[in-house]
Each structure stands twice: as C-alpha cells, then as structure tokens.
Design a protein around this ligand. Structure first.
Ligand code: AMP
Ligand code: ZN
Length: 431
C-alpha cells in the first residue's frame, strides 16, 4: 500500500471509494494479529459486511488499554523480523504504548508528512530545523523523514540546548522550523536574553503541534517570530505527525482521509455526534500493514468543521484539540479543561509565556491555584499595580471557569519547563 498519490485534491466520492477499499484491506490484514483475530471474531463481523466506509460502525473500538494489554507484539500482523522501527507514546498518562512499523509503513508515513508540509507551504530548497525531541517520540524521526522526502535540507537539531538552536537558525539561514508551542515561547525568552530579535532570522514557517495550545498561543508565536505557524496533529498510535495538518488558510486541520478513517463520537455513549459538534476523535489506520489499528479511541476532543475549505481540498478539517477526555479537571463539581484557562491567560497582554495549574486540597475543600508568569516590564515593585492585575486575572478566569482560583503572579522564566510537551496541571489533591 502506498499513500503518496494524487488524492490530496480528490473529491469526496473518490476519497470514500478509496476508504471503502482500504478499510476492507485493513480489516483483512488485521485478522492476522493475535488481538484482532480475537476481537473481530467476537464482534462477529465478516469481510463481506464491509461494503462502504460507513460500515466501520460494525467494528469494535480499540483502546489504549488494549494496546497495553497486548504489549509488545499482540497487534503485529507479521513476524517481528519484518518490522524495521518502533516508536512509543510520550506517556503523559500512564505507561507508554509501543507501535511497530515495516519499511512500507515508514514510506507511507513519510509521504503523508511530506504532503502535510507541502500543504503548509514548505518546499524543496527550504532549510528545515527539527527542534522536537528525537528518540521514541514521533515528532523527531517522523517529521524528519517527511522533510527529507520533500527535499528540504533537514537539520535534526532535537530538543533543548537553546543557544545552539539559535546559532543554527542563524548560521544555516533556516526558513522552516518544527517546534512544540511551549518550547517556542520559552525559546523566545532566550532570544531576548542574548539580545537577538527572532524576526531578524530567515524563518517564514513554523510547524507547531504535539500538545494542546490555544489560538492565542499561535498568535503569540507568529508575532514573536514573524512567521506563519501551522498546527500539526498526530499521535504515535496513528504513526505520529501527518494525521491532520493546517493548510495555508489556517482554519482547521485537514485530516488525511485516504490514510485514516475518522469518526467523532460522544465519549460516553460512543454514538456519533451531530456534524460540527465536539466529541472524541476515533481513528482507523487505512495504510498500515505491520500494525493496523481499528477505531482507536484517541481521547482527544475536537469537531469536524462544517463546510468546504477555500483551498479546494476535500479531506475534512478538524478543529484544534480542545482537550482530552482524561485531562478534564473536576473541581467543586465543575468540569474545566486546562485550555479554557490558557485561552484567558494568553489573551492578557501582561501575562508572559508560561503558566501552571495546581490543584490543592485545603481541609475538605478543593482549590485551584494558577501560577502565572508576568512579562518583565510589568513585574514592577508597585504592589498596587500587581494586585490590580491579579484581580483582573481572577475575575476573567471566574467568568470562564465559574471558579475563583488563587492566582500567583510569578517572575518571567521562573516556572519549570520541559524540552518536550509542557506539563500544565499538577494535581496535589491526593498527595
Ligand atoms: P504522542 O503519541 O505521545 O505523540 O501523543 C499524542 C497526543 O498528543 C495526541 O493524542 C494529543 O493529545 C496530543 N497532540 C498531538 N498533536 C496535537 C495538536 N496539534 N494539538 C493538540 N494536541 C495534540
Ligand atoms: Zn484547506
């Protein structure tokens, strides 16, 4: 199977025709694995039941627990000798899950990443610096091979070592960078410390993703670096980057539907939500031979954006991820997503680049403390100014999350930072 063909601009009927064929192939292939042989037999689905893409509904879901319980080889459809690479999820929740790839799988994946980067305006001749962690994380090698496939001079910078990153950006006249949004903001303070204006570089495109971020964060990144920043979505269970990506319109991410069959369901009833409503994204690989995954519950919350994108691509768009079903905070009976807090904070000009939500228990009462970095120029000695700011943040937050959080204003660059995905919530209630 090869995903690199002319389907990028295919019409809906062509996409759905491809999906129907590939779904059948995928299910046929999957029955060669120990896990699916069992689960598909139990569901009593025969290949002849799968006529069109909508017949996906007849198949059982696959969960992260299924992947963990069948660790390491229970999902393989071929002998392990046929596999040439493995990756693992970053394990933000629980232990990591491992995914194996054949050479064909890696080729299809690289094609999808190349297609995605091309859609965002990256071209042969661009100099591309990949500032995400290499190793098991898919944002390293996954993006790397796509960039090479596209013909970019590709710099495997990896994460961290900010001064060296900046030197390479300058010395090699880097035009495109892939970077985790929270690291992009942190890096901007290193630029400031060494007195270099990020806009004086050659950067014109940044690919940002791998972690939830608000449109306010994207706006900040674009302003700081003087670039267009494109949202990139993926997860290791579905290869990694290259699942959904923004086009130049920047109005939602096209999900490559020739390679992934997507559904959005209510996270509890598991029934499809009405078009345009938010629910849990369910994905099925359509181009993977070594380790196909069917109806995977991503736990990511998003919606299909109704309507057609002006760019002319007919692969449906998903909205930016608003949270995960498992990162919802329940506090005093109210459900809150960290992204709601971020949206408010990042819309306040005095707020700097980083924040941390801490959940505490005082006696029998749960409490949210929000530590907020304040920009240097606003971190003044005048207590009254700071108190006014603290009050403003508390009020704006209460309007959004209906809870009065304790707000601590802290100095720029004082909160802990990660080279990888940012840690936004620390739950101290059970400690
Ligand atoms: P991993 O498999 O460890 O790379 O983690 C994948 C998870 O990262 C996804 O399931 C999402 O929760 C999150 N993620 C990846 N890309 C994005 C993005 N562009 N926006 C929001 N969350 C993302
Ligand atoms: Zn588009």
């Amino acid at each position: 199977m090869n995903c690199f063909d002319q389907v990028e601009f295919a019409d809906r009927s062509e996409i759905e025709r491809i999906q129907a064929i590939r779904l059948k192939n995928t299910v046929y292939q999957a029955t060669a694995s120990r896990f699916y042989r069992g689960s598909l037999a139990m569901a009593g689905v025969k290949l002849s039941d799968l006529a069109g893409h909508e017949d996906i509904k007849k198949l059982p879901f696959t969960t992260k627990e299924d992947l963990r319980n069948n660790y390491p080889y229970g999902f393989l459809t071929m002998p392990v000798e046929e596999m040439v690479r493995l990756h693992a999820s970053s394990g933000t929740t629980g232990s990591a899950t491992v995914v194996f790839h054949t050479q064909n799988d890696l080729n299809s994946w690289a094609d999808l990443v190349a297609r995605s980067m091309h859609m965002a305006g990256v071209r042969q001749g661009d100099v591309f610096q990949n500032m995400s962690g290499y190793g098991l994380f898919t944002g390293g090698l996954g993006i790397h091979y796509g960039a090479e496939r596209l013909g970019c001079l590709t710099i495997p910078a990896g994460a961290g070592n900010s001064k060296r990153q900046i030197k390479m950006l300058k010395d090699f006249k880097v035009t495109v960078a892939h970077i985790i949004p929270s690291y992009a903001l942190h890096l901007s303070s290193v630029f400031k410390n060494i007195g270099v204006d990020p806009k004086s570089l050659y950067l014109r495109v940044m690919l940002i993703g791998a972690e939830p971020h608000s449109s306010e964060i994207r706006q900040r990144i674009e302003d700081i670096y003087g670039v267009k920043a494109f949202n990139s979505y993926g997860l290791s269970e579905m290869n990694g980057p290259g699942v959904a990506f923004e086009c130049r319109e920047q109005s939602g991410m096209h999900l490559w539907e020739d390679a992934y069959l997507a559904e959005i369901v209510h996270p509890e009833t598991l029934e499809p939500v009405p078009d345009g409503e938010v629910g849990e994204l369910i994905l099925t690989t359509l181009c993977r031979e070594g380790m196909p995954v069917i109806r995977y519950r991503t736990r990511d919350l998003t919606r299909f954006i109704p309507g057609v994108c002006p760019c002319g691509r007919n692969h449906r768009r998903i909205d930016r991820i608003t949270g995960r079903t498992d990162d919802m905070i329940v506090l005093k009976g109210v459900n809150i997503y960290p992204m709601q807090v971020e949206k408010i904070l990042m819309s306040i000009p005095e707020v700097g680049q980083n924040y941390l939500i801490e959940l505490e228990r005082e006696g029998f009462l749960d409490q949210m403390r929000v530590k907020v970095e304040i920009r240097d120029e606003y971190f003044v000695e005048d207590m009254r100014t700071l108190q006014a700011l603290q009050k403003k943040i508390t009020t704006l937050l209460r309007e959004e999350i209906l809870i009065t959080a304790k707000v601590d204003l802290v100095e720029h660059d004082s909160l802990p930072k990660n080279d990888g995905k940012a840690l936004r919530v620390v739950d101290k209630r059970s400690q």
